[in-house]
Structures are given as structure tokens and as C-alpha cells.
Ligand binder design. Structure first.
Ligand code: UDP
Ligand code: MG
Length: 337
């Protein structure tokens, strides 16, 4: 096989150097009927690249069905399969985090769903882009075959998020993505409780590329994201990456105060310009009510901005992630050749 001269500068291969290892992080929640067909599709897709080492790390997220037994069955037949079993259902984002924490020694990690909505062959294209130098390859949905309700809410959510979020979180992108080991290491530094991984990955940076794909239907079973969970997830995305809701308090306060000033000006003009008319009955109460309500909201907004700062401080995110240092080999970060 010819030597691979990729911009990723993988080590020159001798028989002793280990082959690049790609780990899949695969969250499983009540997917008993899906794991076997999924694994078959995945092994078939990855078989075309026998120059790479593969690991398939399934994270059982407290499934109530036979999923764990089926996963252990897979492991018996395929030593590349790893199984993590969470002690309870922690939710998809945390299941993926547990998988990422365990996949640390891989050169790149692919995260994908196990309900066959994310086609395994697309992940092979991701590996190709990674070899060409991309640090993150995220799969962007060109089309999706979900219910009308899911499609509309998702559409609205990504637009709202786009307007509010402080980092650019790409639209119509789920958690199906490949990350270089450096990105995985940086993501591991974000330990916030309410996790919105696609936002965290966007926040980390590095060279990110989109790969368009058509999202399939769920193979069997039902979605683990019913409406309530979906709303909580959407709130995590917006609250985790935006303080816009807090700023809205201040804006509303100023708007109400301004309204009271307009009302006061109107009352004063009636008094001064047409002294024969009596001032309207709402003058005192109306002006006072809007002024007070407005001032209170402005003050709440002031408290809100301190709360917002406390919140970002408590999130304790890294201030920056280094992509490269030109200082030498000792820093642990990829250095200039
Ligand atoms: N999942 C999980 N824990 C949960 C819910 C879902 O690990 O609490 C997994 C699920 O098995 C699937 C992936 O996360 O592999 C995406 O979930 P799902 O297909 O239910 O979401 P949807 O595609 O409907 O958004
Ligand atoms: Mg799904």
C-alpha cells in the first residue's frame, strides 16, 4: 500500500507503529431490536478500511429492555466491541460524554445514534475528511424523514438558537460527528451538568467541516426524546450558550419605563395646553404603575447580569483551547514540524 501523505501528518508507518484507531461512541437506550442490525451495517461499512483499527464502544444508558444482553452478545462475537453500562438512564448527552471519556486513546472518535437514523457509511466519509486534515466533521442534514411535528419544532429550534447563541452552532446538525483526539480532549474539559454537546464542540473551535447527508427513519422502536425531553434539551441549548433571556428583562423594563414617560408627557400636555379639560382618570395610577414596574424590571435585569456572570463562572469552561504551539515538543500540544 502506498504511504499516506495526508496533511494530518500521521506517523510514518513501520510494522511496529500502531495503526490509526477510530472509536465509535454509540449511545443505546431501549434499542434491543436495533443493535444487531445496526452493528451489522456498521461492521459492513467499516470493513472497507482494513488499514485502520476500529473500536465500537456502546454505552447502554439504563435501557429497560434487552439492549444490554444484546450488546454483550455482540461483544462475544466481535472483540472490537466495548460495552459501558450506565447505572441508570442519564440521558443521551451524558451517555455520549461517558463514551467520549472512555474513548480517550483513539485517534478520532465518531459519535452516532444506534437506531440507524445516522447511516454508518457516512461516517466513513467523515474519516476521509479527517485524514485530509479536518478536526471536526459534523453531519448536516440535507433532509430528514421524521414526523412533521419533529421537523417543524427542530426547524424553529435551530433558527432561534442561531439568533441567540453566543457561538456559531451550525444548523440542522445533531450529534453525529467525528472528532479528532485533540477535540475530544478539549471537550472533556467542559464538565457542565446541563450538557448541549453540539454547542460545546462549536465552542471548542478547531477546523470544523460540514458533511451533508440524508437522515433516515428510525429502524425500530420509539424516540427516546419525547416532547418534554426535547423541550428540556432545547432549553439547555439556549440557556447554556446565551444570556439573551436575561437581557430581555432589562429591555422590557426600559420599554415599560419609556411608556410611562410617554403617558406622563401626554398628561402634562393636557394640563398645560388645554387647561379647560380635566386630566384623564388613569393619570396618576397609570403613569405610576408603568414607571414602577419598569424600574423594577430594570433592577431585576441588573441582578440578572450579575447572575449571568456567576453562571458563566460556575460553568467553569476553559478560556481557550490551543490548536498549536510553536514552542517545542514538551508542551504536549501538536507542535510545528
Ligand atoms: N438515547 C440515549 N439515552 C436516552 C435517549 C436516547 O442514549 O435517554 C440514545 C438512543 O438510543 C439513540 C440516540 O440516543 O441512539 C438518539 O436518540 P433518539 O433516536 O431517541 O432521538 P431522536 O433521533 O428521536 O432525536
Ligand atoms: Mg433517532
Amino acid at each position: 500500500m502506498p504511504a499516506r501523505t495526508s496533511p494530518r501528518a500521521l506517523p510514518v508507518r513501520t510494522p511496529d507503529t500502531p495503526r490509526p484507531k477510530i472509536a465509535y461512541v454509540l449511545p443505546v437506550y431501549d434499542e434491543a431490536d436495533n443493535v444487531a442490525p445496526f452493528h451489522a451495517a456498521l461492521t459492513e461499512a467499516t470493513a472497507v478500511r482494513d488499514d485502520l483499527d476500529w473500536e465500537f464502544l456502546y454505552v447502554n444508558d439504563g435501557s429497560r429492555d434487552e439492549s444490554l444482553a444484546r450488546l454483550l452478545e455482540l461483544r462475544r462475537h466481535d472483540p472490537r466491541v466495548g460495552v459501558l453500562d450506565l447505572a441508570r438512564n442519564c440521558g443521551h448527552q451524558i451517555a455520549v460524554t461517558a463514551g467520549l471519556d472512555a474513548a480517550g486513546d483513539a485517534d478520532a472518535v465518531v459519535v452516532m445514534d444506534t437506531d440507524l437514523q445516522d447511516p454508518p457509511r457516512v461516517s466513513l466519509e467523515m474519516v476521509g475528511l479527517w485524514e485530509d486534515g479536518a478536526d471536526v466533521v459534523y453531519a448536516q442534514r440535507r433532509s430528514r424523514r421524521d414526523t412533521l411535528f419533529k421537523r417543524t419544532t427542530a426547524w424553529a429550534f435551530y433558527r432561534v438558537l442561531d439568533r441567540l447563541a453566543s457561538v456559531d452552532i451550525p444548523r440542522d446538525v445533531g450529534d453525529f460527528r467525528l472528532m479528532d483526539r485533540r477535540v475530544v480532549a478539549e471537550v472533556a474539559r467542559y464538565r457542565e451538568q446541563d450538557r448541549f454537546l453540539r454547542g460545546i464542540v462549536a465552542h471548542v473551535g478547531f477546523r470544523q467541516e460540514a458533511l451533508l447527508f440524508d437522515r433516515d427513519e428510525r429502524h425500530a422502536g420509539t424516540s427516546g426524546y419525547p416532547l418534554g425531553r426535547m423541550l428540556a434539551f432545547a432549553a439547555n441549548g439556549i440557556l447554556g450558550f446565551s444570556t439573551a433571556p436575561l437581557r430581555m428583562i432589562t429591555r422590557l423594563g426600559f420599554a415599560l419605563s419609556a411608556l410611562s414617560v410617554v403617558m406622563a408627557a401626554y398628561v402634562a400636555s393636557v394640563r398645560l395646553l388645554r387647561p379647560e379639560d380635566s386630566v384623564p382618570g388613569w393619570a396618576f395610577l397609570g403613569v405610576g404603575m408603568f414607571l414602577l414596574a419598569g424600574l423594577q424590571l430594570v433592577m431585576m435585569g441588573v441582578i440578572g447580569s450579575y447572575v449571568g456572570r456567576t453562571y458563566t463562572q460556575v460553568q467553569g469552561r476553559p478560556l481557550y483551547s490551543l490548536a498549536l504551539t510553536a514552542r517545542g515538543e514538551h508542551s504536549g500540544v501538536r507542535s510545528l514540524p
